[in-house]
Design a protein. Structure first.
Lengths: 334, 334
């Protein structure tokens, strides 16, 4: 069961060979159009599976002939004259993810697959590539919070429990890290209890800002956009966005703290508001960094970049957001 | 700009008509195979766009002829004899989402589109449907945290700010609700300060459990699995899963609180551990409900079920998790 979970999660990184089926029609280029038609007639029922005739000379793929090419050909014409030479093909061993990206541009119904020596191994249907990516990608939001890509609505409850629970324990462990940081400032909270109410505000804002950066980074990885877009540029953009968002949100949250602390009769109400503004600015800027770095780090270590990424991310943002607020309050106000 | 954002988000709910192109080859069923071949020869360069010949009698779509059918036909055979009669077709006005689900089963390269009276309007290519769904679905994780499906890695920073920031302000507003609940228990926190450290633990666990249920519900909606699977059954499953996960995680967190409170010299350390266990059980069970109900409610109100779903969900889980812990602690221990 665990092995199949892993296989499902790695679906898109699997080699294209996993999807290869034998090519149903292979002919030499010296055959005529009339011979090709005769071949199709002899194929009987299985002709329905034939979209292209692959042209192979000396074991090497040299062209493809579509049904339309046959319709338009003269009966005596050799296939070498009507074939599309040097057709686009996938190399055995290349990843399904790369094949999917090619298919998003090419849109062919069927792709030939060849080995190192250009020998035809078989063919892959375009819709299989798309289906693979749709199932894969619909699992991405779940993967971020520890739901296996294998899990569906119909998965039995105990299997779902076995797959989801370990990640909740990981989440708990990371929450303890945040709790430990908050615990270090117990004295500060006892003296300025208004800070307790703002713990979820800091954690929530930095977490959501980080998840926004995470989502865009994951989308870029899935659609292959990060092959051309430099990581440094993305990082700079998300840092700026985090700072901008943190500053504007921080002003609103800071004013809210000011009002709240004033009403609670807290001393230094305005200073507390300023602490919230600065903490929010710092936490959201850091969240932008984590949102880009977490999935790229997971990928660099050979893991699925989405897997539990949100769990790791919110650990960092919780500690950063709440820690920064409590640290600033204790060092400035106490 | 706002209008185009909305359009991009509604991509998959748009009518199939948005993708329709004129059918490049339309012939009556009385034509012969030889006439059809002559038609293709006359089409010149544009023959490359022809995958099927659509057979239309009295303005109504009655069949399709594939290139393979033409290859295998005798020249004098009428198209009515070689066509696939009553072909699968999309109705004008039906949604792209339904079309995508059909395409996941049928895998045809091209689909005819007809109006109410079965008159051929044009055709839609299968890869267009898949491409639409891939772009749509890769935006789902971001949509949950307020990132527009229009946003890509290459989106300029100010556009990204304009699209993301309003949701961060919504998130802030909902965080204030959680802050308000925590604020109501300021006295409790002042007396049992160990509770402050466990605020992120309760919020984090119930939030993640809820996001797991949310992800599976959204996946079911996207893949169309909820058409057959009753919502009541899904709700029961997620409630049970939430309770099971909450109980096991609650035991670990409860023991952690017991140890932490004992070391802090807190009175009633064991009772505090029990409070954490019960609060975790209740919060995670409730999270399972919210995770199913939030996207279904958004959908019922005609909104994108993913849009900001995580923001709404974590508001509920924050209030439930932290509120339950503080309420139990204050009513049992004070």
């Amino acid at each position: 069961n665990d092995a199949s979970t892993e296989a499902a999660a790695a679906d898109i990184d699997a080699p294209i060979d996993d999807l290869v089926m034998p090519a149903p029609a292979v002919l030499p280029s010296s055959h005529t159009a009339a011979q090709a038609v005769a071949f199709l007639v002899q194929s009987g029922e299985s002709v329905a599976e034939i979209t292209y005739i692959f042209i192979v000379d000396d074991e090497k793929l040299v062209g493809v002939v579509g049904m339309r090419d046959l319709v338009l050909a003269r009966p005596g014409q050799p296939l070498s004259e009507i074939m599309v030479p040097e057709p686009f093909r996938f190399k055995s061993g290349s990843g399904i993810d790369d094949a999917v990206r090619a298919a998003l541009v090419k849109h062919y119904p069927v792709y030939p697959v060849v080995d190192e020596e250009d020998r035809l191994i078989g063919s892959v249907r375009g819709w299989q590539l798309f289906q693979r990516v749709v199932v894969e990608v619909t699992g991405q939001a779940g993967a971020q919070v520890g739901v296996s890509r294998e899990e569906q609505i119909t998965t039995p409850i105990l299997s779902a429990f076995r797959m989801r629970h370990p990640w909740l324990q990981v989440n708990l462990l990371t929450a303890f890290a945040a709790a430990f940081v908050v615990g270090m400032f117990e004295d500060t909270i006892t003296q300025i209890v208004a800070l307790a109410a703002f713990l979820p505000v800091l954690a929530g804002q930095s977490g959501n800002t980080g998840c926004q950066a995470l989502a865009i980074t994951l989308r870029g990885l899935t659609l292959g956009q990060l092959d051309e877009y430099p990581v440094r540029k993305l990082l700079r953009k998300e840092i700026l966005l985090g700072a901008l968002n943190g500053f504007v949100v921080g002003i609103v949250a800071g004013i809210a703290m000011w009002l709240y602390a004033s009403m609670s009769g807290e001393a230094n109400a305005m200073m507390l508001g300023l602490v919230i503004l600065v903490a929010m600015l710092g936490a959201c800027t850091g969240s932008g960094i984590f949102g880009v770095v977490v999935p790229l780090t997971l990928k660099r270590f050979g893991a699925d970049p989405a897997m539990a990424s949100s769990i790791f991310l919110t650990t960092f943002t919780d500690i950063l957001g709440m820690g920064l607020m409590l640290f600033l309050a204790s060092s400035i106000l106490l």
